[in-house]
Design a protein around this ligand. Structure first.
Ligand SMILES: *[C@@H]1O[C@H](CO)[C@@H](O)[C@H](O)[C@H]1NC(C)=O
Ligand SMILES: *[C@@H]1O[C@H](CO)[C@@H](O)[C@H](O)[C@H]1NC(C)=O
Ligand SMILES: *[C@@H]1O[C@H](CO)[C@@H](O)[C@H](O)[C@H]1NC(C)=O
Ligand SMILES: *[C@@H]1O[C@H](CO)[C@@H](O)[C@H](O)[C@H]1NC(C)=O
Ligand SMILES: *[C@@H]1O[C@H](CO)[C@@H](O)[C@H](O)[C@H]1NC(C)=O
Ligand SMILES: *[C@@H]1O[C@H](CO)[C@@H](O)[C@H](O)[C@H]1NC(C)=O
Ligand SMILES: *[C@@H]1O[C@H](CO)[C@@H](O)[C@H](O)[C@H]1NC(C)=O
Ligand SMILES: *[C@@H]1O[C@H](CO)[C@@H](O)[C@H](O)[C@H]1NC(C)=O
Ligand SMILES: *[C@@H]1O[C@H](CO)[C@@H](O)[C@H](O)[C@H]1NC(C)=O
Ligand SMILES: *[C@@H]1O[C@H](CO)[C@@H](O)[C@H](O)[C@H]1NC(C)=O
Ligand SMILES: *[C@@H]1O[C@H](CO)[C@@H](O)[C@H](O)[C@H]1NC(C)=O
Ligand SMILES: *[C@@H]1O[C@H](CO)[C@@H](O)[C@H](O)[C@H]1NC(C)=O
Length: 537
């Protein structure tokens, strides 16, 4: 039945694939399994189902044609009350999903049959790019058996363990220590495994008669430190009590990042994201630094929302709050620029329990100046104690602040910030998240000591204002400023012209224009009177 369903699903998918391929807007490239090979945009996947039952599905995974990358197709079955998500094999249930891992249920419920004492179980990933992570543990629960685990394919011995029970009843509640439960840790990533479980009568009747645990159960779990087996035993009837298996997914259309990058058509990692080789073959994409998002989508790695909203508060007490900083949800460009305005006091959020009172925000210097801090000599690294105003209690905070900001203790405490951990060259290519929005602005790299922090923006020479918002940088009228021009001044967009005062005139810094020089006045006394009376008019 399931195979005929699959055939039907494939037939449908080919029709849809063809119509998608003929659409002029998307020059999508497909692989042999009907999966995408080119990088889609978020918008081009708008028609794709984003859930199956309780599990959210993000690209590169997908359940509908045109919605998954080659090798990442999953199956959603509507049979149960709530639909359930499965790997391509149609039998391994998925309970959670990330960009490069899935949490799956690999369970074996072995019913002990009289006269049979050897039981073989096995699991193998349905496609090559899927592997069992090495931090899973193989658990076997039941009484009086020896279990041996082999690597699938190579048949290499991975380990063995045994369980004996005092009588026929497995003890419940203790650690998994060979009394009703044993486990084998995985030494490495596996494509699949096979296990042989042999019942040992040792004088006890082989058939397991414990009504609660009538057979043997085996499963892979990412729960590494199980000290109490109660949950494991409950797995007999309710598998949701036990953490599932963590499976890794790799892109395997090419064996490595280096090879994958050679073909722009099929390279999975979107521009601006990074690539990492997977030891078992293939590669992963990931967003760098503080970035979050989906490296498999065009402009998927985002750590900055450049859309400035009009309704946002622009001040708190006496303090101005320029974008990318903001107070209300949706008003700051990312979490780093979130500030808290409470009773007219502006504080920095997200720095642990500490309260940092903002005393100045400078877009031009890329700094926040904060107060309410003292040095803490208990820490070797530059660390900070903050005295909060409301409780008077001291909080100390170290480490992570340094990673996120450059804290200089020179005068007041100055937090140096950057937009995202990208160089200007990479940032400007990511059109939708590039922070320097004003047309009269430019980008500069920010470094913290010698470490690269990211980029920020500045208004071009001759302009001032906010480079982070559209039309934010406005022309400076140099002619109104002192010491720019000691002559006849004309303001231009981003510049000015200055011609020295004509012969016999001199610059008057108060009137900011050329006037007849005092020397000339002395020489031409008679005319001075007329000139003055003209001025008086
Ligand atoms: C991607 O598209 C979905 C709708 O298809 C939308 O809900 C979501 O906000 C979009 N994500 C981004 C980052 O634009
Ligand atoms: C179980 O696996 C072992 C080792 O691969 C093999 O020798 C044995 O024949 C298998 N037994 C059954 C019942 O399949
Ligand atoms: C395992 O089998 C036993 C006995 O048939 C049954 O009661 C139990 O619900 C099964 N557990 C799972 C997780 O399938
Ligand atoms: C790049 O990948 C695409 C899609 O698989 C394929 O059609 C094309 O031949 C490849 N190009 C090269 C140069 O290998
Ligand atoms: C920024 O990213 C680069 C690589 O892209 C990395 O080497 C560096 O450690 C990152 N910096 C921070 C502060 O995360
Ligand atoms: C802002 O500060 C107040 C008072 O310290 C606190 O109760 C509130 O949770 C803070 N809000 C945010 C978003 O951090
Ligand atoms: C800051 O908050 C305190 C109370 O916590 C209040 O007394 C003070 O007036 C506030 N500062 C400003 C500038 O409003
Ligand atoms: C903090 O330490 C720096 C350098 O160690 C020192 O110059 C500064 O005076 C100290 N500040 C306080 C408030 O103790
Ligand atoms: C960036 O956006 C602008 C305006 O929206 C557009 O003209 C330009 O072609 C885009 N550049 C890239 C590289 O997408
Ligand atoms: C930013 O840093 C990168 C890498 O160090 C460098 O290649 C680039 O020229 C710098 N760009 C600017 C505008 O300084
Ligand atoms: C302004 O004009 C002067 C003289 O023409 C020129 O040297 C300078 O580079 C210009 N500055 C800008 C910012 O364009
Ligand atoms: C204009 O005159 C003042 C005062 O004599 C002088 O300090 C300044 O440098 C002059 N500026 C220019 C652009 O020559």
């Amino acid at each position: 039945m399931s195979s005929s369903l699959l055939v039907a699903a494939c037939a449908v998918s080919f029709v849809l694939l063809c119509s998608a391929a003929t659409s002029p807007a998307s020059a999508a490239v497909y692989g042999v399994g009907g999966g995408l090979l080119s990088i889609p945009s978020n918008d081009s996947l708008a028609h794709c189902p984003s859930r199956c039952g309780d599990v959210g599905i993000d690209y590169p995974f997908g359940i509908a044609p045109g919605c998954f990358r080659e090798g990442f197709e999953l199956i959603c079955r509507n049979t149960a009350k709530t639909p359930k998500l499965f790997l391509g094999d149609g039998t391994t249930e998925i309970t959670d999903l990330g960009y490069r891992y899935v949490l799956a249920q690999i369970y074996f419920n072995i019913t002990v049959r009289p006269g049979t004492d050897t039981y073989n179980i096995s699991w193998v990933a349905p496609t090559e790019g899927i592997t069992i992570d090495h931090y899973n543990t193989f658990y076997v629960i039941g009484c009086n058996f020896d279990a041996t685990l082999f690597e699938y394919g190579t048949e290499d011995l991975i380990g063995s363990c045994m369980s004996r029970c005092d009588g026929e009843k497995a003890p419940i509640g203790g650690p998994c220590n060979g009394m009703g439960c044993c486990f084998i840790e995985l030494p490495r990533v596996l494509r699949g495994f096979q296990s042989t479980i042999i019942l040992r009568s040792d004088g006890i009747p082989v058939a397991q008669t414990d009504p609660v645990h009538p057979g043997i159960m085996a499963f892979m779990s990412s729960d590494y430190y199980i000290s109490n087996t109660s949950d494991l035993f409950l797995g007999w009837t309710n598998t949701s009590n036990v953490e599932g298996t963590v499976l890794s997914f790799a892109t395997i259309d090419q064996p490595s990042c280096e090879r994958a990058r050679m073909n722009n058509t099929s390279y999975a990692c979107s521009p601006g994201s990074n690539c990492r080789n997977v030891s078992s073959g293939g590669y992963h994409c990931y967003c760098s630094g503080y970035e979050q998002g989906n490296p498999y989508l065009l402009d998927g790695c985002t750590d900055y929302n450049p859309k400035y909203k009009e309704h946002c508060s622009t001040s708190c007490g006496d303090m101005k709050i320029p974008f990318p900083f903001g107070v209300e949800e949706g008003c700051f460009a990312n979490e780093r620029f979130r500030l808290n305005c409470t009773e007219g006091n502006l504080t920095v959020c997200e720095l642990g329990e500490a309260q940092y009172h903002v005393t100045a925000v400078s877009l031009d210097d890329g700094t926040l100046t904060v107060g309410n801090m003292m040095n803490d000599t208990n820490y070797e690294k530059e660390a900070i104690i903050v005295q909060t105003t409301d409780t008077g209690r001291d909080y100390s905070f170290s480490g992570p602040v340094e990673d996120r900001f450059d804290l200089s203790m020179e005068y007041a405490i100055v937090i140096r910030w950057a937009v995202t951990n990208l160089t200007c060259e990479v940032a400007v290519q990511k059109n939708t998240t590039y922070a320097c929005r004003s047309s009269h602005s430019y980008c500069l790299n920010v470094t913290h000591r010698k470490e690269f922090m990211g980029y920020r923006c500045k208004c071009s020479p001759g302009f001032e204002g906010n480079p982070y918002i559209e039309d934010g940088c406005t022309d400076i009228n140099e002619c109104l400023l002192p010491n720019y021009c000691n002559g006849t001044c004309q303001n231009l967009l981003g510049n000015y012209t200055c011609t020295s005062c004509p012969h016999r005139k001199e610059f008057d810094p108060i009137k900011k224009k050329c006037v007849t020089s005092a020397k000339q006045r002395n020489l031409l006394l008679g005319k001075t009177v007329r000139s003055n009376s003209q001025h008086a008019k």
